[in-house]
Design a binder for this molecule. Structure first.
Ligand code: UTP
Length: 294
C-alpha cells in the first residue's frame, strides 16, 4: 500500500500561450477529442492509486468545478431517454475521486500554487500533476516515481531529454547516475535557462512526488523568473542542501496541452488511437496529406 495518497493539480495559471481560447476558460478544460485535458490527468492520478485530488484553481474556475460535479438535470434527461452510454460518460468525472478545491488568489507562480496545498496535504508526501501536462496512459510514470520516493525519501521529479532549443522552456537538471538506469540524483536545477547555461538537456516535466519539506522552503523562496515563485527554485534549494531530490527518466509520449502545437499533436494522436474514430480519421488524414481531400 502506497503511503502517497494525495494528488495536487495546479490549474490556476493564466494560460496566455493559448489566448484567446483561455480568456474565459481554463486551458485545462480544453477538450482532447471529447474529454477535457484535466480529466485525463485526474484519471492518471487515480490509476496510480491517488484517490484524493486537490485542485488549485484560479479565475474562471467554474467550468472546472462543474465538470467534476453532478449535473442532475442532464442525468435525468439522459435517463429518461434510456441513454445509458452517455449517462455513464457524464458520471465518470464525478465518480473518479474525492475532489477538493483551493483557490490561488493571484497567479504568483507554480511554487505559490503548490504552497496553497499545504493545509490540505499536511505532513505527508504528495504527488503534483500539472493540469496542462498530458502523459499517455500507456506510458504512465507516476507509479514508478512513487516507488522511487518510497525507496530514497525526499522528493522526486520527472525528467525528459528535450532538444537543445527547447530547454529554455523548462527547468533543467544537473544529475548524477545511481545504480538504477532510470533513476538519477539531482544535484542542481535551473529554471528556463538559456541553452548555453543549461546544466543538461534533461527537462523537468509536470509530474512530481514531493516531500512536505518543500513547504517551508517555498515559503522562503523569493520570486524568481518572471516575478513568480518557482517550484524549481525551491527544489533547487532542497537538491543543493542534500535533502535529496531524485529524478525518474521518462521516455514516453507526453504533451504540453498549454502549447498550441503540442495540443494539436495530442488531439491527433489520441483520436487516431480511438476505437470509435481512429480508422475513419486516419483515412481522412491520409487523404488530406495526399491532397485528395479539400
Ligand atoms: P505555466 O508555466 O504553463 O503557466 O504553468 P500558465 O500561466 O498556466 O500558462 P502560460 O505560460 O501563460 O500560457 C504550469 C502549470 O502551473 C499552473 C498552471 O495552471 C499549469 O498547470 N500554475 C501556474 C498555477 O496553478 N498557478 C500559477 O500562478 C502559475
Amino acid at each position: 500500500m502506497s503511503s502517497v495518497t494525495k494528488a495536487v493539480v495546479p490549474a490556476a495559471g493564466l494560460g496566455t500561450r493559448f489566448l484567446p481560447a483561455t480568456k474565459a476558460t481554463p486551458k485545462e478544460m480544453l477538450p482532447i477529442v471529447d474529454k477535457p485535458a484535466i480529466q485525463y490527468v485526474v484519471e492518471e492520478a487515480v490509476a496510480a492509486g491517488l484517490s484524493d485530488v486537490l485542485f488549485i484553481t484560479g479565475r474562471s474556475k467554474r467550468s472546472l468545478e462543474d465538470h467534476f460535479d453532478r449535473n442532475v438535470e442532464l442525468e435525468a434527461a439522459l435517463a429518461a431517454k434510456g441513454d445509458q452510454a452517455r449517462l455513464e460518460l457524464v458520471s465518470q468525472a464525478t465518480d473518479l475521486a474525492r475532489i477538493h478545491y483551493v483557490r490561488q488568489l493571484e497567479a504568483l507562480g507554480l511554487g505559490h500554487a503548490v504552497l496553497c496545498a499545504e493545509q490540505h496535504v499536511g505532513n505527508e508526501s504528495f504527488a503534483v500533476l500539472l493540469g496542462d501536462d498530458l502523459i499517455d496512459q500507456r506510458d504512465a510514470v507516476l507509479p514508478r516515481m512513487i516507488e522511487v520516493q518510497q525507496r530514497y525519501g525526499g522528493s522526486v521529479v520527472c525528467l525528459m531529454e528535450v532538444e537543445p532549443h527547447e530547454i529554455s522552456q523548462y527547468g533543467a537538471a544537473a544529475v548524477e547516475a545511481t545504480d538504477e538506469v532510470d533513476v538519477v540524483r539531482v544535484t542542481d536545477l535551473v529554471e528556463k535557462p538559456a541553452v548555453e547555461e543549461a546544466p543538461s538537456g534533461l527537462a523537468v516535466i509536470g509530474r512530481y512526488v514531493l516531500s512536505p519539506d518543500v513547504f517551508p522552503v517555498l515559503r522562503s523562496t523569493a520570486p524568481g523568473r518572471g516575478g513568480e515563485i518557482q517550484l524549481t527554485d525551491a527544489l533547487r534549494t532542497l537538491a543543493r542542501d542534500g535533502s535529496g531530490v531524485h529524478g525518474v527518466l521518462f521516455r514516453g509520449r507526453r504533451y504540453d496541452t498549454g502549447n498550441k502545437l503540442s495540443y494539436l499533436q495530442a488531439t491527433v494522436r489520441i483520436a487516431l488511437d480511438r476505437e470509435d474514430l481512429g480508422v475513419e480519421f486516419r483515412q481522412w488524414l491520409q487523404d488530406l496529406l495526399a491532397g485528395a481531400e479539400k
